[in-house]
Design a protein around this ligand. Sequence first.
Ligand code: 3PG
Length: 302
Amino acid sequence: MNQTMEKLNQIGMIPVVKLEDISKALPLARALTAGGIPAAEVTFRASGAEKVIAQLRESFPDMVVGAGTVLNIRQAVQAIDAGALYIVSPGLNPEIVSFCQEKNIPVIPGCATPTELERAVSLGVNVVKFFPAEQNGGLAGIKALCGPYDGVRFIPTGGVNLRNLSDYLSHPRIFACGGTFMAPPELIEKNDWDGIAALCRSAVDETLGITPCGSLSLLLEQLIGVTPASEDQTPCDHYEKEVSCLQITVNSLPRACYWLKQKGIEVLDPALEEDAGVSHASVLIKGVPPFSIRLIQKQRGA
Ligand code: 3PG
């Protein structure tokens, strides 16, 4: 997979950013990255989008900055010249798709029907924006489309929020989720950068879905000789008897490993080993003394 697309997939969220006032670009990018989401789809619905893209690319070279609402070749050229790393369109425009492919820039067209998906696949696209997501049946709509179109993955956008984010991202065919919920226009208007960073942190928490396993109580018992009053009911019972480290379940191992690496935490076996049909990875926390945590992939619905 292309490096830009891989990073978008690992981050799992793409803030759709509509900036009328380009002087807000840098504080907004600082808020998004501080909140743990170093990505933005800068929409051409606001004029000056290409200037915002250029500023972000220059000041935040590690941020995955792309262009959104690209409706024609002129905008695609402006976006690519400004340094956009990917191009998103609300619909499927074959001209834009082919143009970006020729330029070797990832392109994510919007699709909401089988006909559009078939067209996208025939153009060699396998990641599409599912737009507008909630109005087109949300996750149920995507699940219905998954059957016939095997290799396609979706970026639902439109109506995604902190309440439905985790459901979407828990499905294996969801590539990432997009939307304005991480940087709502009203908070941008008020220059509420702390508020945006806090929303991003909540979105990261939802995305990772980190949940301690029941083994935590066994570990506590071993460490301090106390059995906690209640135990979490978790899907990782088969690990219970061989507890030597903390175990937590996560929505997505690749996303959790990416997030931990961003925090400077070592991932010991990023190969995501399989044991008794359950994927897991270990991470080393270099505290004093160092200790490890086993991450276990939550069981996901098809
Ligand atoms: C888009 O431009 O991709 C969508 O309009 C974003 O929709 P949302 O505001 O519901 O997230």
